[in-house]
Design a protein around this ligand. Structure first.
Ligand SMILES: *Cc1c(COP(=O)(O)O)cnc(C)c1O
Length: 305
């Protein structure tokens, strides 16, 4: 479906770091979601005319699912807990672009039959039983289906490492649900054990991320190594060190996003401070569309890079 993504290199803290440009995989999909949704893109689902998803109205998943639905010629019904006023009124970013793609975003704070149900409970109890024509995708593509595209990524990494004649390689990618990192590491442990995956928890803490890993891959020896920093950062909040990292990376010539990558690179920085000598490949998972809303917030707070 997609052509292989290229690998660039940048200088970071006096070291050369390789960057796998999954952000360049597709214009309509952000890198990570292009991998996770590849299965749906590459297969047909006869009789299914509605794609059902849920999650945050500002997430990359919403946008990527709206692009997927559009490409497949099906309706997207995306359930959210609520939508903030400023998100609803913005003409840029993931929410606005998804609406432009024809997504039907259902705000459960506005329906009368919700009865204190969580979003997932609402979908399971009120939506799916009545809809044989629907295909349900768990939040952030956290499901077995995601394995398919992530394995393609793993194969590309293995082939690249072989071409570079690397006897050891560390792969770093920041995690949300951890789906990409755990499936990537599982494949590598089984097929190329000289390549190891490192990640960090951008949503919740390391314990939460481990739980997420466990839901997808029960064998803990297949889990990636989680890097932790001395302090906690909350997902979606603005932090000076995040913005400084974004600006520092921008100066290398590659733009990264502002929700996952700043923490990811701060963890890379901390690895390098611990005599970590292996070559490192950072997976750029896209998500730049979200910068349309995040960057103006940072610029208002801290001025331009
Ligand atoms: C979705 C996303 C992630 C998180 O991926 P998981 O598989 O949920 O861990 C990281 N970075 C970007 C840019 C994303 O869009």
């Amino acid at each position: 479906m997609f052509v292989e993504s290229p690998v660039d290199s940048i200088e970071f803290n006096g070291r050369t770091v390789f960057v796998k440009r999954d952000d360049l995989l597709s214009e309509t999909f952000s890198g990570n979601k292009a991998r996770k949704f590849a299965y749906f893109l590459e297969n047909e689902f006869p009789g299914k005319s509605v794609l059902i998803g849920h999650g945050s109205p500002v997430a990359n998943s919403l946008y990527s699912m709206s692009a997927l639905a559009k490409l497949k010629g099906v309706q997207l019904d995306f359930y959210v807990d609520h939508i903030a006023e400023q998100v609803m009124n913005s003409s840029v970013g993931n929410y606005a672009e998804s609406i432009a793609n024809g997504a039907n975003v259902i705000d459960l704070s506005k329906v009368d039959d919700r009865q204190n149900l969580s979003v997932i409970e609402y979908i399971e109890q009120k939506v799916l039983p009545n809809r044989d024509d629907s295909l349900f995708v768990p939040e952030g593509g956290r499901c077995e289906y995601a394995k398919h595209g992530v394995q393609t990524l793993a194969k590309e990494v293995i082939a690249w490492a072989e071409m570079q004649k690397l006897e050891q390689l560390a792969v770093f990618l920041p995690s949300g649900t951890g789906t990409t990192a755990v499936f990537l590491n599982e494949y590598l442990v089984l097929n190329a054990p000289h390549i190891k995956v490192f990640t960090c928890a951008c949503v919740g803490d390391a314990q939460y991320l481990t739980q997420q890993f466990n839901q997808l891959v029960a064998d803990e020896s297949m889990h990636p190594t989680i890097i932790e920093l001395g302090r906690k950062y909350h997902f979606g909040k603005l932090y000076r060190p995040f913005y400084d990292m974004y600006c520092k990376l921008l100066a290398t010539g590659i733009e990264f996003e502002l929700l996952y990558d700043p923490l990811g690179w701060m963890c890379v920085e901390s690895l390098f401070e611990q005599e970590f000598t292996q070559p490192l490949l950072y997976i750029h998972q896209g998500g730049l569309l979200g910068n349309a809303t995040m960057l103006p917030r940072y610029q208002r707070k801290y001025s331009e890079c």
